[in-house]
Design a binder for this molecule. Structure first.
Ligand code: MG
Ligand code: MG
Length: 264
């Protein structure tokens, strides 16, 4: 069942999502060779709790294994999603997708950004740029009256045209009081198909794009998912609301991108 949000609810959703964006910006400041994803997780949890929110990922149930043990997912290189933070230092040339969720004042935030660790290979940089661009192309399609298939088509057609794989097993989702609500928001599809987008619809759009094959494999920890060919994957996610007929982006990459420019 799709639950459309009021203007007041959209402002609460924005608050939760801007807190995710603030958390990711804090992480942007410390991403460098030598840092561990466990250190990133500690910083994220502290920042979220200091701001009066709860990290929604921590303790998230898994029907096939233990609950998620951390406040962020840190997916390094060939890990596509749901990487568990660990004590392995990141190396120059790695990429790490940091997915973060918060809960505050009854609403959820959910956003993800793929960071470069030091200098990364040009072809990996291009994968990140294309994935991020596909997210914004999808957001451009997120007008009232359009359909979910328009969003999926925007991501799929752009990424496949660039020679990349589009993950099918994991998709975007509605978001509100719950982190995962209806509808599902696939990163593939046909124009003009699927549910129609209406004012008040709040969704997380999250292309997960692979440099090679889109075939995946589950890690023994029952959370992390890697590409079967070992090639890198990127993941960018914004939560948006359909508001006054068009997409209103609840999360923000502005601060992260400012920090990235200062580092270069
Ligand atoms: Mg997410
Ligand atoms: Mg999500």
């Amino acid at each position: 069942m799709i639950y459309l949000k009021t203007d007041e609810e959209i402002e609460l959703l924005r608050k939760a999502n801007l807190l995710v964006s603030g958390t990711l910006a804090e992480i942007a400041k410390i991403v460098r060779p030598g840092i561990t994803t466990l250190e990133m997780d500690a910083l994220a949890e502290q920042y979220i709790r200091d701001n009066g929110a709860v990290p929604t990922f921590k303790g998230f149930p898994n029907p096939n294994g233990p609950a998620f043990p951390a406040s962020i997912c840190t997916s390094v290189n060939d890990v596509v999603v749901h990487g568990i933070p660990d004590s392995v230092p990141l190396k120059e040339g790695d990429i790490v997708s940091v997915d973060c969720g918060t809960y505050i004042d009854g609403f959820c935030g959910d956003s993800c950004y793929t960071f470069c660790v030091g200098e990364v290979a040009p072809e990996v940089k291009t994968l990140l740029e294309v994935t991020k661009r596909s997210l914004y192309l999808a957001i451009e399609q997120s007008n009232a009256g359009n359909r979910l298939g328009d969003i999926g088509f925007a991501v799929q057609s752009y990424c496949e045209r660039n020679g990349y794989g589009v993950v099918r097993e994991f998709v975007g989702h509605g978001i509100g009081h719950e982190m995962h609500e209806d509808p599902q928001v696939p990163n593939y599809g046909s124009r003009g198909t699927g549910k129609q987008l209406k004012n008040g619809l709040c969704i997380a759009i999250e292309p997960m794009i692979t440099m090679g094959s889109n075939k995946l494999r589950m890690l023994p920890d029952r959370w992390g998912v890697v590409t079967s060919d070992g090639k890198p994957a990127a993941h960018f996610e914004h939560t948006i609301a359909i508001h006054n007929g068009k997409a209103d982006i609840m999360s923000s990459f502005e601060e992260i991108e400012k920090i990235e420019r200062q580092q270069n």
